[in-house]
Design a binder for this molecule. Structure first.
Ligand code: DGP
Length: 140
């Protein structure tokens, strides 16, 4: 029964896939990516054009075009994506340390480019996690 339920969920996810979306193809593993984390709802992989020493993309498996298309119904998914960041940051060696002593070190930026004015290029919603020692490439 649990297996049937899981299959049904899987079918629902598949139905939501946009055939021409490159990130959907990464989700389906039709395109390769350097995978960092995956569960039933989320994938994390390395950006092919890194703007910082560490540059990861955190994406929902279901096709959501932009953050502007999200609603309260997506709060749990967005929260789960955001809550992954501290763990990813520790694993990638970019977590903030030293706040207790007054000399913080490390750190990162979290960016969600949204729509043309937000300079979004790939219309499958994603969170950029960028970090590592400066300097970085200048952002647009
Ligand atoms: P944005 O401009 O916010 O839509 O960012 C899209 C990012 O996705 C950009 O930094 C480059 C990255 N990207 C585009 N195509 C691919 C791909 O096929 N694989 C990977 N790993 N990253 C990609």
């Amino acid at each position: 029964r649990l297996k049937a339920l899981k299959m049904q969920k899987h079918q629902e996810v598949i139905k939501m896939i946009d055939r021409d979306c490159i990130f959907c193809k990464i989700v389906k593993k039709e395109l390769p990516s350097t995978l960092v984390f995956e569960n039933e709802r989320i994938m994390v992989f390395k950006d092919i054009h890194p703007a910082a020493p560490v540059h990861l993309l955190i994406i929902p498996k279901k096709h959501i075009p932009t953050l502007s298309h999200c609603s309260e119904d997506d709060a749990a998914l967005l929260g789960e994506m955001m809550a992954l960041i501290p763990k990813l940051a520790r694993e990638e060696g970019i977590a903030v340390s030293g706040t207790e002593t007054g000399t913080p070190q490390g750190g990162f930026r979290v960016v969600v480019n949204t729509g043309p004015d937000g300079k979004q290029d790939v219309y499958h919603m994603h969170i950029h996690l960028m970090g590592g020692p400066r300097p970085w490439k200048t952002p647009n």
